[in-house]
Design a protein around this ligand. Structure first.
Ligand code: NAD
Length: 746
């Protein structure tokens, strides 16, 4: 007999498609069957979603049904499985994003833990049949079962991704995992969010068996009726249990935790709460019994889940990226919708660093690329770059030689414009010179179809101006990739004055087709990403001019969570480029141009000292051939240190960090105010994916949200009074703060 276990709590999203409010509000969560042999099957089947997720409604249903099975004398064992292609995807992030009541949240975790102990010690064997992926809370639920058997499904992954969203596996994951596989094997799963395949999970001891797909339920039942009978005890509930490899207070355990802590601090400067709390759960929780360990974990989990950091990360890294990848901002002209465009062939002008990388990403998505440069030899060089990069993948066993040849076969190097004829889209990544870009635009438009799109990968030149060279500016758009283009996940799409909605929609389809995340911005000098990223570099150079020790400036950048210090970054992008952009801006703006400290520093480094950055082997750093780079010793003479009477810097580390971070937020606000940015979340997603802005801050706007807008205004007023109008709080911020408004829900 199969019983549909229903709940009156509406599952998200509500109302479900096809459900009207007048209908009886009941939703099937689980299918419950007891067979003739006495096996109760609890089959997860979350309504209205392709994946099973854990939230109040689904967990309550599972708990009540399990208790019913445990209490039923005819039931000899419980089988937990899924009606979907995967087991359980994890916790409901919408629910976690909304969790703010500390007491209520903690109580719900404690209740779950009490229930899992009932299940583990209820006297009846419980087995999980894992047909596919089990992540986060889904895997934790499986770990509460006495036996786990997985299908040999190549797509299935097992792991705890919580840490990547500022959370920890708080349904027993930090306690049961190391008690099963040892602390050493558990640490990378828990602190890095590593996902593993069934075979590795079996090897580690996370699961008991792997069987042919479709056999997993039968295998679980066989165990329930065989070895499982009279054997319904978890390892940690057996007499004499010892943590595999030793607990935290053994020499090996202590060494692992000490090294783990040190490595974490080195990597994250203690900015991320989640991995720190996970290590605390390991140390404190494994020093005691499981029940106390679960109580410890529940507190750390509550602290994370109800705190601002996890919410910022979930909002930007999960929901923000999800919306961007779903092309939520794709123009929807309901009267005349633009059908999704499929791409079969695109053209790439310029086979340099960017052109070669974009060609790689495109070919990898199964799209042919005509790679054009000024001479056949130059175009071939671009293809050689692709071969070199993919050969590394082959050597690491990540790609077969045949697959590589297949991808290379999609890249067609040429010097002839006639070869572009059938391209649906042509992207230029030639030298950053207006005349050259205009020339290639004209030559391309002479051969491509009238409805083909022409895109520029310019990093600085406004799109509207470049489109003047085009005979069909409505089809002209900016597609700004980041270096290295084959790896970086973001594309900033720039809409020029004449760009049509249809062109934007079709360009977004291309960005998704090659698996990248798009953000859409309006045209402006530096667009969004280069403009805001540039302020970080400039602020570092301003600090240098003020006499702050350069080592302190770059270290402060790292401690702030940025991937590279501002001076080191200036060297990487080249101080010459900073200088050139300043000169161009000065020429373009004339009297309206306001000189910045960074302009003076760049001019001195480039024009006076000939130190152009890393590419010339000399910038703020020296790059000796026989050793690691180090700060140039001449900096002290060029930019004399200003120190206090006690010989230390006159500015605190905290204030340097504050300046390096808030200068980005202010510029982002200006981009919002000027409508360069269309939404705050685009700013946050773009910053994290585009230039490695620290995710724990949520993004340049997410960080203001975390500070509180009134507090942000106060900080900016103080900085503006001391350092000038670049820190002046924009009107948008002041008004929102005064009205008690927020960028995101509280
Ligand atoms: P690059 O110098 O590595 O490559 C430019 C290529 O264009 C060269 O192979 C050159 O031979 C070719 N080229 C020049 N004139 C040409 C013409 N008339 N017809 C065909 N090919 C021609 O430069 P890059 O770093 O790849 O940058 C290219 C573009 O991408 C620039 O507009 C740059 O601003 C932009 N961009 C660069 C980066 C970056 O980090 N390097 C990031 C984003 C955007």
């Amino acid at each position: 007999m199969t019983v549909a276990i229903v709940t009156a709590i509406p599952p998200a999203p509500f109302p479900r498609k096809g459900v009207t409010k007048s209908e009886k509000l009941e939703y099937t969560m689980l299918n419950y069957t007891v067979d003739a042999a006495g096996i109760a099957t609890l089959e997860w089947d979350y309504p209205g979603k392709s994946q099973n997720i854990l939230n109040e409604a689904s967990l309550r249903t599972f708990v009540e049904t399990s208790r019913m099975a445990l209490a039923d004398p005819s039931v000899k064992g419980l089988l937990v499985c899924s009606a979907k292609k995967d087991f359980i995807a994890g916790g409901d992030l919408e629910m976690l994003l909304g969790a703010t009541d500390v007491k209520a949240f903690h109580a719900s975790i404690v209740n779950w833990n009490l229930f899992t102990r009932e299940l583990e010690k209820g006297g009846k064997p419980v087995a999980a049949a894992l047909c596919g992926t089990a992540l986060g809370g889904g895997l934790e639920l499986a770990l509460c079962c006495h036996y786990r058997v997985a299908a040999d499904n190549p797509k299935a992954r097992f792991g705890f991704p919580e840490v990547t969203l500022g959370l920890l596996p708080g349904a027993g994951g930090t306690q049961r995992t190391p008690r099963l596989v040892g602390m050493m094997a558990a640490a990378p799963l828990l602190t890095e969010g590593k996902r593993i395949k069934a075979a590795e999970a079996l090897k580690l001891g996370l699961i008991h068996a792997v069987v042919a797909p479709g056999e997993e339920r039968a295998a679980a039942k066989a165990w329930l009726l065989g070895d499982g009978q009279g054997n319904a005890l978890q390892p940690w509930d057996r007499k004499g249990f010892k943590i595999p490899g030793g607990g935290p207070n053994t020499p090996a355990g202590m060494q692992m935790l000490m090294a783990g802590n040190a490595m974490l601090r080195e990597k994250t400067y203690d900015n991320y709460l989640a991995p720190k709390h996970i290590l605390s759960c390991l140390y404190e929780g494994l020093s005691t019994d499981l029940d106390t360990g679960l109580a410890i974990e529940a507190r750390y989990f509550t602290h994370l889940a109800t705190g601002a950091q996890a919410k910022a990360m979930i909002r930007s890294l999960f929901f923000g990226m999800q919306e961007a990848n779903k092309l939520a901002s794709r123009p929807a002209n309901l009267a005349n919708p633009v059908p999704p465009q499929k791409y079969s062939k695109i053209g790439m002008l310029g086979a340099g660093m960017m052109g070669a990388g974009i060609a790689m990403s495109t070919a990898a998505a199964g799209i042919d690329v005509v790679l054009l440069d000024t001479a056949q030899e130059a175009a071939d060089k671009g293809k050689d770059y692709a071969r070199k990069q993919w050969t590394k993948q082959v050597q690491k066993g990540r790609m077969t030689p045949e697959a590589m040849e297949g991808l290379l076969g999609r890249i067609h190097p040429t010097a002839s414009y006639a070869d572009l004829a059938a391209c649906e889209l042509v992207i230029e990544a030639v030298f950053e010179k207006r005349e050259i870009k205009a020339d290639v635009t004209r030559k391309t438009e002479a051969v491509i179809a009238a409805d083909a799109i022409f895109a520029s990968n310019t990093s600085t030149l406004p799109i509207t101006g470049l489109a003047e060279a085009s005979v069909r500016p409505a089809n002209f758009i900016g597609l700004h990739f980041f270096s290295p283009a084959e790896k970086m996940p973001l594309v900033e799409i720039i809409v020029g004055k004449a760009t049509s909605d249809a062109t934007l929609a079709r360009a977004m389809d291309y960005v998704r087709a090659i698996g990248k995340t798009p953000i859409v911005v309006n045209d402006s000098r530096g667009f969004y990403t280069s403009r805001v990223f540039g302020t970080y570099v400039s602020e570092g150079m301003a600090l240098l001019e003020e006499g702050v020790p350069p080592a302190l400036i770059d270290k402060a950048g790292l401690i702030a969570g940025m991937p590279v210090g501002p001076l080191a970054l200036a060297d990487e992008v080249s101080i010459e480029l900073v200088h050139k952009i300043a000169q161009q801006t000065r020429a373009d703006l004339g009297a309206a141009y306001v000189e910045r400290a960074a302009d003076r520093v760049a001019a001195k480094m480039v024009a006076e000292l000939g130190r152009l950055g890393r590419k010339s082997g000399a910038g703020f750093y020296d790059y000796p051939a026989d050793g690691p780079k180090h700060l140039w010793s001449g900096l002290a003479e060029q930019f004399p240190l200003r120190v206090g009477a006690d010989g230390t810097a006159t500015i605190s580390l905290d204030e340097i960090i504050e300046r390096l971070i808030l200068v980005q937020s202010v510029e982002t606000l200006r981009c919002l105010e000027e409508k360069v940015l269309r939404a705050a979340i685009d700013a946050d997603v773009g910053a994290i994916l585009g230039w490695g802005y620290p995710p724990f801050r949520g993004g340049p706007i997410g960080w203001l949200h975390m500070l509180g807008l009134p507090q942000a205004v106060t900080a900016l007023d103080r900085l503006a009074a001391q350092y000038g109008p670049r820190f002046a709080a924009p009107k948008l911020l002041r008004e929102m703060a005064a009205r008690g408004e927020r960028f995101y829900p509280a």
